[in-house]
Ligand binder design. Structure first.
Ligand code: NCD
Ligand code: ZN
Ligand code: ZN
Length: 351
């Protein structure tokens, strides 16, 4: 392997930059600096801002004002809608400004319960009419994935992206939908590929996110599905929480049951390390550079309907062990502490 490589800038379809909102673990400035340190040139920000979900046009604009002022790289934003958000009127307005719509079908940060796909019927119909080509991004629950595929991809032929898959069963379902030529794609996170439920046993809340880490056998299957393209993209789900809030959940709710408030704190940061973790897997012969570029740059661009990035990143392919000193995110810690990585960003340029 040469010491220097130059590849297209990466695109992350799934980050939580937390601004505007009440979670102090990140800002648009700190989160985009972390993304730039990780070789990203564009990130797409999720709507579940604690205290200020992106459910109305004014919240979209507020976010975009901060992006214009502070962002180190390009940021696109998702609109959000939930059965309880009562924002059908806002969806066509937000559709013009946003890259897609995010739906939460299961409990996670900012969301308390499991839903039936049918509960989103009016939201999906409204979004489809307003923006037939802008994807719906789904945080699926364990039992509702088929229902959402039927309701979004089959009924309307509307592009549906399944976020952060953590099981081979889900990938098989998605594969079946693709074979039926439905417009469905999916993404996997570095933590679901390279960590396992065993880590949750030793790290507690510092290794808890939704969906949870999978068994190692499952994680290895996910890796194979990424390599062969059944999983389209790598998305980081960069979801910063302060270490002190992870500690609070750890003290008050060590078993990790979902019950809201301070007692739950799902999500982990780590966008700086996604590509270096993948480059280490490349060094071990598990994945090719071509597939990494496709899954982190070319395919994400396609999913959101833009041209592949013109900006290129030059990486110095040095090997290192990740530790908290390498963290650029304002959250100040990383679940990848101690893991092997290859690559530090040297420079960014145009093709
Ligand atoms: C995310 C967060 O903290 O915003 N948490 C997580 O566990 N992944 C929300 C999400 O993507 O589900
Ligand atoms: Zn999610
Ligand atoms: Zn997320």
């Amino acid at each position: 392997m040469s010491d220097i490589i130059t590849i297209p800038g990466a695109i992350d379809l799934h980050v939580h930059l937390r601004e505007p909102g009440t979670n102090p673990a990140e800002t648009i400035k700190s989160g985009t600096l972390a993304a730039a340190a990780g070789g990203y040139v564009l990130v797409c920000d999720m709507p579940n801002n604690p205290g200020n979900p992106t459910w109305i046009l004014e919240s979209v604009k507020e976010k975009q004002r901060i992006i214009t002022k502070d962002a180190a790289i390009e940021v696109l934003v998702y609109a959000g809608a939930q059965p309880e958000s009562q924002n059908l009127d806002e969806l066509p307005k937000m559709a013009k400004q946003c890259v897609g719509l995010k739906l939460y079908g299961a409990p996670t940060t900012g969301n308390e319960r499991d839903y039936e796909a049918e509960e989103f019927a009016a939201i999906i119909e409204t979004w489809h009419k307003a923006a037939p080509k802008k994807p719906i991004m789904l945080h699926a629950g364990s039992g509702n994935l088929s229902g959402f595929i039927q309701l979004i991809a089959k009924k309307y032929n509307h592009p549906l992206h399944i976020c952060h898959v953590n099981s081979a069963v889900a990938v098989e379902l998605i594969k079946k939908a693709k074979q039926e030529e439905l417009p469905v794609t999916c993404g996997v996170c570095p933590h679901h590929l390279l960590m396992s439920s065993h880590d949750e046993k030793s790290r507690g809340w510092f290794a808890r996110m939704q969906p949870p880490l999978a068994h190692q056998i499952e994680a290895e299957k996910l890796f194979d599905h990424l390599v062969n393209g059944d999983i389209d993209v790598v998305e980081t789900d960069h979801a910063p929480h302060l270490a002190e809030n992870k500690w609070l959940a750890e003290r008050e709710n060590p078993s990790g049951m979902h019950d809201g408030g301070n007692r739950t704190c799902y999500g982990v940061p780590g966008i700086e390390f996604a590509l270096p973790l993948l480059f280490y897997q490349m060094k071990r012969g598990r994945i090719s550079l071509e597939r990494i570029v496709e899954a982190t740059s070319i395919k994400p661009a396609k999913i959101i309907g833009i041209e592949p990035p013109k900006k290129e990143i030059t990486w110095e392919m040095t090997e290192y062990r990740i530790n908290d000193d390498d963290v650029a995110s304002a959250s100040g810690w990383t679940p990848y502490n101690g893991m092997m990585a290859v690559g530090k960003v040297k420079s960014m340029g145009m093709k």
